[in-house]
Write a protein that binds this ligand. Structure first.
Ligand SMILES: [Zn+2]
Length: 250
């Protein structure tokens, strides 16, 4: 067996990045489309995690239980090429690959999907909002950063529930620091992914999903903070392109 010559971290967002859908919206689209509409309305006035928590309470009040939510999540698409790309990279003998999932979804959604898709062993850690089913079937969702405690104070624009940049820094500290990784590959699509991308170094890469918010921000050189990006940005549209990049460029 060859000893690994390089150490790689893959840090992936979940919705529209590792998963080919948005978990928060999808559950309502499958179970209660009227709540999906109302979720969009609620976004205008409530913080996103709080808005989702409120809509989960409404879903429960309408009689939907744990098995319904889990059933919806079991149909959420994970593209086989994305899974294959991650798995093949992790199996490579010449690389030591650590995979972190950094997501604004929640622990129940991600655990349920990962177990159903046999993906759980692929990820070394998942950092997301905490959630738990109550005995009566209500899914209780909370912000990762408690609204009643100290706030994260992010200046880039992360949502109050979590600063992905601060979470990435803390994860790095727990995992030997940036110098223990020859390269960090970040997979993301949303505006909340800009903050962690600003922490990446010159030798690191962000795989940005085309035509979504992170892509738009990075395309606009006059947008706030974009001139501070040090890593290389590589656009992708379909999971097959991530698989191809991981295979050929790492
Ligand atoms: Zn931030």
């Amino acid at each position: 067996m060859t000893a690994p010559t390089r150490s790689i971290a893959i840090v992936t967002d979940y919705d529209w990045s590792y998963a080919d859908q948005d978990t928060d919206r999808y559950v309502f689209e499958v179970l209660a489309p009227h709540l999906r509409s109302s979720l969009r309305e609620g976004k205008k006035t409530a913080q996103w995690t709080d808005n989702c928590a409120e809509h989960l309470r409404r879903l429960h009040a309408e009689g939907f239980k744990q098995k319904d939510v889990e059933g919806a999540l079991h149909t959420l698409p994970i593209h086989p090429a994305m899974r294959r790309g991650f798995r093949k990279t992790k199996e490579r003998q010449d690389l030591k690959t650590t995979i972190l999932c950094l997501s604004n979804s929640n622990s129940v959604y991600i655990d349920t999907i990962m177990k159903h898709q046999n993906d759980a062993d692929l990820f070394d850690e998942v950092i997301t909002n905490p959630a738990k089913f109550r005995d009566d079937g209500l899914l209780e969702l909370k912000r990762r950063v408690d609204p009643n405690g100290p706030q994260h104070g992010c200046k880039v624009g992360c949502s109050p529930n979590m600063c992905k940049g601060a979470e990435l820094e803390a994860w790095m500290e727990r995992n030997g620091g940036w110098d223990s990784f020859d390269k960090v590959v970040y997979v993301g699509d949303g505006s909340n992914d800009l903050c962690p991308v600003l922490h990446l170094r010159k030798q690191d890469v962000v795989l940005v999903r085309s035509y979504r918010e992170l892509f738009r921000r990075l395309q606009d050189s006059s947008a706030a903070h974009v001139s501070d990006v040090k890593c290389t940005a590589v656009p992708w549209g379909g999971a097959w392109e991530v698989e191809k990049w991981l295979k050929e460029e790492l």
